[in-house]
Design a protein around this ligand. Structure first.
Ligand SMILES: [Fe+2]
Ligand SMILES: [Fe+2]
Length: 168
């Protein structure tokens, strides 16, 4: 009360736009990070899952740029430091393990943290798009959300096989 604080988000539309910019930064970091994860993964199924999600992730970038372009002519992203931290903790596990089943288990865990973070972020963005009456935005974000959920589910399935090997 009485305290004047700077307000970057005077309304939901501003908050929504910022969320798209954070997501764009997150997706760009994933596009950079996944090729390294593919290189470090040993299990064929895991490499394939990362590879196909890399293709999807490139589409996620394009979709976010399209949504931002629809709101304003400014495609700049906002650095998502949470995603950067998740990626760097995953890289530490990779550095400290030898190639094989245990490293694969670490890669899966790291990838699933990323997917869950994306699922939470896209869920909010989709809800906000709906509340703002941006129905096409909500549909596009739902498509991406479905792909993130699918990627997460596939990683759970792969981990059941891969972790059984890692425990031996
Ligand atoms: Fe994504
Ligand atoms: Fe993803």
């Amino acid at each position: 009360m009485g305290l004047i604080t700077p307000n970057d988000f005077p309304n939901l539309r501003e908050l929504y736009t910022a969320q798209l910019r954070y997501l764009l930064s997150a997706e760009n970091q994933i596009v950079d990070g996944l090729p390294k994860m593919i290189d470090h993964a040993q299990e064929t199924q895991l490499r394939q899952a990362f590879q196909s999600h890399l293709q999807e992730t490139r589409n996620h970038v394009t979709r976010l740029q399209r949504l931002l372009g629809d709101l304003m002519n400014d495609f700049s992203d906002k650095k998502d430091s949470v995603l950067a931290a998740i990626i760097s903790s995953g890289e530490n596990i990779t550095k400290e393990s030898d190639p094989g089943a245990v490293r694969d288990a670490g890669l899966i865990a790291s990838a699933q943290k990323i997917e869950h973070y994306e699922i939470a972020s896209y869920g909010s963005a989709r809800d906000w798009a709906e509340q703002l009456g941006l129905r096409e935005h909500a549909q596009i974000l739902q498509e991406t959300l479905n792909e993130e959920k699918h990627a997460d589910k596939l990683l759970t399935e792969i981990s059941h096989t891969a972790n059984a090997t890692a425990a031996v």
